[in-house]
Design a binder for this molecule. Structure first.
Ligand code: TMP
Length: 208
């Protein structure tokens, strides 16, 4: 059996990636693919329990290093129980956030050392890296406005504009450093227009 494909969706708050990932899942399912739509932090029962600790409470409930460790505990469980088994059976795994969110939120936005994050990527991901990462880019002020009108996981949204500008720059730096894996999607358009870009990138890069 051929290994499946692993696609991660990344970006700041209110970039519309959750809408887009559902649309992509529908399009791929209609085309006959075995699609697993999942998210981080979370995606497995244990990781969803850790998510509750991460997304609720005061903005400074955890330090960036503690957050990094919790994110990676959740990620390892999700990889072992959901992502790797799905890839092994040939599924298309669509993940709403993955390791780049830790680089951006805890690393660029917070002050978790890049060396710690790199070591965790080496040892915990152990080669389970997305084949394609879509980075949804939108000015931080617009994204935060959209996120506020939608409600939802508030802990990270309440960290202030400065933090969100740093993480936007962090995501763009990842895309620049790893252009073979990453594609930047301009998320500041209508859902239909944004989905056209998503489909264009996915179908081209994965030769669908
Ligand atoms: P969500 O709102 O996209 O479901 O994500 C939950 C929050 O968790 C979001 O504000 C981003 C944050 N997050 C991190 O800070 N680091 C990570 O590694 C991940 C996966 C998410």
């Amino acid at each position: 059996m051929m290994r499946g494909s692993f696609i991660s969706f990344e970006g700041g708050e209110g970039a519309g990636k959750s809408t887009q990932i559902r649309r992509l899942a529908d399009r791929l399912t209609a085309a006959g693919f075995d699609v697993v739509l999942t998210r981080e932090p979370g995606g497995s029962p244990g990781a969803e329990s850790i998510r509750e600790l991460l997304v609720n409470g005061d903005a400074d409930r955890w330090s960036p290093v503690t957050e990094t460790l919790l994110m990676y505990a959740a990620r390892r469980d999700h990889l072992e129980r959901v992502i790797r088994p799905a890839l092994d059976r040939g599924a298309m795994v669509l993940c709403d956030r993955f390791a780049d969110s830790t680089r951006a939120y805890q690393g660029a936005g917070g002050d978790a050392p890049a060396s710690l994050i790199a070591a965790l990527e080496d040892h915990v991901l152990a080669g389970s890296i997305p084949d394609l990462t879509l980075i949804f880019d939108i000015p931080a002020t617009i994204g935060l406005d959209r996120a506020a009108s939608r409600g939802g996981a508030a802990r990270f949204e309440s960290k202030g504009l400065d933090f969100h500008e740093r993480l936007r720059a962090g995501f763009l730096a990842i895309a620049q450093k790893e252009p073979e894996r990453c594609a930047v999607i301009d998320a500041n358009g209508t859902p239909d227009l944004v989905f056209e870009s998503v489909w264009d990138v996915v179908s081209t890069r994965l030769s669908l």
